[in-house]
Design a protein around this ligand. Structure first.
Ligand SMILES: O=C(O)[C@H](CS(=O)(=O)O)OP(=O)(O)O
Ligand SMILES: [Mg+2]
Length: 236
């Protein structure tokens, strides 16, 4: 039987062997929710990069560039890290370069050793689960967390994916079981489950509460983003 493991923060990624694994990166607030939304709305590709300098280089080469640090858009760039910014007709068919505080850094780390890197969010949970059932590989859900710390929203997503795949994958590690139990205790009201989380408090302080409810919606899109080389595209 295939295995599904959960890595609660990228700082623990070195503990996982990835040579037979698809890594699913999850950054619910808000990077992977933006990626799923953008690709669902017709963005051609999203190139995630770890640093602002790399993002700037790609902007100079003609990419539309999204750069966020500490939840704010970085000056000089075109897009922020709100999923609503990616529902824009002018982005249809575009190539986006993106750097965010946690999410794109996690993708860069996963890229180094995974067989394949995919992107997950509540927004594409069902489509992603269906796709993973058809793959021959183990799955590692990499929670982007916040600056090396685990967070509630990404752990809840990991639990939701584990719950969806529990009949096809062996859930063998305590971190996975913790995420699954947390999700099952919270699934009736995810919004209330994250209400006192650090990121929700941070986004509320900044007046961007509508992103919170949006990112917690399940199965809005059936797009499955996969990294091809350095670039995320919708799998078809
Ligand atoms: O923009 C976001 O929501 C976060 C910023 S932070 O967690 O407040 O620093 O970035 P992300 O990379 O999407 O976690
Ligand atoms: Mg985050």
């Amino acid at each position: 039987m295939k295995h599904l493991d959960v890595c609660l923060t990228p700082d623990l990624l070195h503990l996982h062997k990835l040579d037979n694994s698809i890594v699913v990166v999850a950054d619910i607030f808000r990077a992977t929710s933006c990626m799923v939304t953008g690709l669902a709305y017709g963005v051609k590709s999203i190139t995630p990069v770890a640093t602002i300098e790399e993002c700037k280089l790609l902007q100079d080469r003609g990419f539309i560039a999204a750069a966020e640090r500490d939840a704010h858009k970085v000056e000089g760039f075109d897009l922020d890290n709100s999923p609503f910014s990616y529902m824009n007709e002018r982005l249809i068919g575009s190539e986006i370069a993106m750097t965010t505080t946690n999410g794109t850094l996690s993708i860069a780390k996963a890229r180094a050793s995974a067989v394949k890197v995919m992107v997950g969010a509540f927004l594409n949970l069902g489509a992603l689960a269906n796709h993973l059932r058809s793959e021959q590989y183990d799955v590692l859900v990499l929670c982007a967390g916040w600056k090396g710390r685990p967070n509630l929203e990404d752990t809840l997503f990991a639990g939701a994916l584990a719950e969806a795949l529990k009949d096809q994958f062996m859930l063998r590690e305590d971190g996975t079981l913790m995420a699954q139990r947390l999700y099952n205790q919270s699934r009736e009201n995810l919004l209330s489950a994250v209400s006192n989380s650090s990121h929700v408090r941070r986004l509320q302080r900044l007046g961007i509460s509508k992103d919170i409810a949006y990112c917690l919606q399940t199965d809005l899109y059936d797009v499955v983003p996969v990294l091809r080389g350095t670039t995320l595209v919708a799998m078809n």
